[in-house]
Design a protein around this ligand. Structure first.
Ligand code: DGL
Length: 441
């Protein structure tokens, strides 16, 4: 091949690559061309032509882990509700707001799609989540056809680290293309802001990030921390990450992620220990540095096991002499959930979408939805326990808007794994209270 031709070929291939990476997934055009919201993966755009202040706020995650973020939102009292200034006033900051929560349980774990080279499919799933929240289309439990009674939302909180890492920019770009006045926030940016707030002059430490493999592969936290701390004019701390393959699943008590002959609780402790040790060992192998004194809980589920994580760091510190200098005596946790809640407050206030005084939301009570495999989808491979077959799940191709292999139905506690229900009831009291109706179903 002659050199000028090879050079031009190289340039063309590089440009095509850039175009492919930046091209908005075709689901964006699919939604635009079905603007009445009747088709799967579309939403009724007319909902966004008038005032949207009375609409609820949408919160989504790959599963039920994002309920930890909703719990933080529901219990937040960090601002004065009348003056909007920082400082608690004894009133919940979102007292007038209502929320629609969606957990894409049938398609999770999201953190494992990138490892199966299915980033495109994951990006599409994340856009589908946003489209569900924007739309009116949902399915009744056990029903044969969708209804169109679900209220649209005025803001979207991505309560999933992996979905923020792979989908935040796509959703923002799509919203711009659809020309709708909805704002979007994601947990990763909020977590990075938490790191920035705790970065003080002269603080010499390293920040550890525990997250899914997907979030770590996307380098979401190191990039966000670099950006946010850098913009604040502070010196950026070193960041060490550990991708946790099975911890989220084990926390949910999913048998596929538990260790042989160990209970769910024992498995969690063992997995946390091995992930924490792997993280610090990697730090040491890379030459080490100042001690790790801040840990970002970079996965929705991890705030639920903060105590176990703290114990694992102190166990590693006392058990392995070589690791002693790499772990601070006291670990400070950065929980993106609470920071996301604060960011939501500021976002609603500055967009003038916050309900105050006597203003009421169009929705009486918070609503909870979850995805399940669609029993009438003939091409879907569904296992005997009612979930999507793993090879099928991670083998799907993007762009098939005619295939509705999962559908979104009301969340019923009786259909969730026992361990998940236990977690909700024991650790998420605000959410559990609002899910009261779902318990009876
Ligand atoms: N919700 C995901 C996150 O925060 C964890 C579970 C999953 O991989 O889907 O990254």
């Amino acid at each position: 091949m002659n050199p000028p031709f090879a050079r031009s070929l190289f340039v063309v291939v590089a440009l095509l690559r850039i175009a492919a990476a930046d091209a908005p997934p075709s689901i964006v055009s699919h939604a635009s061309s079905h603007a009445d919201g009747r088709a799967a993966y579309s939403f009724d755009a007319s909902a966004y032509t008038g005032d949207i202040k009375q609409l609820p706020v949408g919160v989504f995650d790959s599963g039920i882990g994002g309920l930890t973020v909703l719990e933080a939102i529901l219990s937040l009292d960090a601002f004065n509700n009348d003056t909007l200034q920082p400082g608690a006033d004894g009133r919940r900051d979102f007292e007038n707001e209502r929320f629609i929560y969606f957990g894409d349980q049938a398609n999770m774990p999201y953190g494992n799609y990138p490892g199966s080279r299915k980033e495109d499919y994951l990006r599409e799933l994340i856009l589908k989540d946003a489209i569900f929240l924007l739309g009116r289309r949902a399915w009744p439990a056990g029903g044969a056809a969708p209804h169109f009674n679900k209220p649209p939302v005025k803001a979207i909180v991505i309560a999933c680290n992996t979905a923020t890492a792979y989908g935040l920019e796509d959703i923002r770009a799509a919203i711009e293309k659809w020309n709708i006045p909805v704002f979007v926030i994601g947990v990763v940016e909020a977590g990075a802001r938490g790191v920035s707030e705790t970065t003080r002059d002269g603080r010499k430490d390293a920040v550890a990030v525990l997250a899914t493999v997907g979030t770590c592969n996307a380098n979401a936290y190191p990039r966000a921390i670099g950006r946010v701390v850098g913009l604040a004019g502070k010196s950026v701390p070193g960041v060490v990450q550990q991708g946790c393959v099975s911890l989220a699943g084990a926390i949910e008590g999913d048998p596929a992620y538990l260790l042989p002959s160990q209970s769910a609780a024992e498995s969690v402790v063992s997995i946390v220990r091995s992930d924490v040790t792997a993280l610090v060992e990697k730090y040491r192998a890379d030459g080490g540095g100042p001690p790790i004194s801040r840990v970002v809980l970079g996965c929705t589920h991890f705030p639920l096991v903060q105590r176990e994580i703290a114990d694992a760091f102190s166990a590693a510190r006392s058990a392995v002499p070589e690791l002693r200098n790499l772990i601070a005596e006291r670990i400070e946790f950065v929980n993106p959930a609470e920071l996301t809640a604060k960011e939501l407050f500021r976002g609603l206030a500055s967009a003038r979408l916050r309900l105050n005084g006597e203003e009421k939301c169009s929705l009486d009570r918070d609503a909870f939805f979850i995805s399940v495999p669609n029993p009438s989808c003939t091409s879907a491979k569904i296992t005997t326990d009612g979930s999507l077959d793993s090879a099928y799940k991670y083998g799907r191709m993007a762009g098939r808007f005619d295939v509705e292999d999962t559908i979104v139905v009301p969340m019923q506690l009786s259909k969730l794994p026992k361990a998940s229900v236990g977690l909700i009831e024991d650790r998420l009291p605000e959410v559990a209270g609002r899910l009261g109706g779902a318990r009876k179903k």
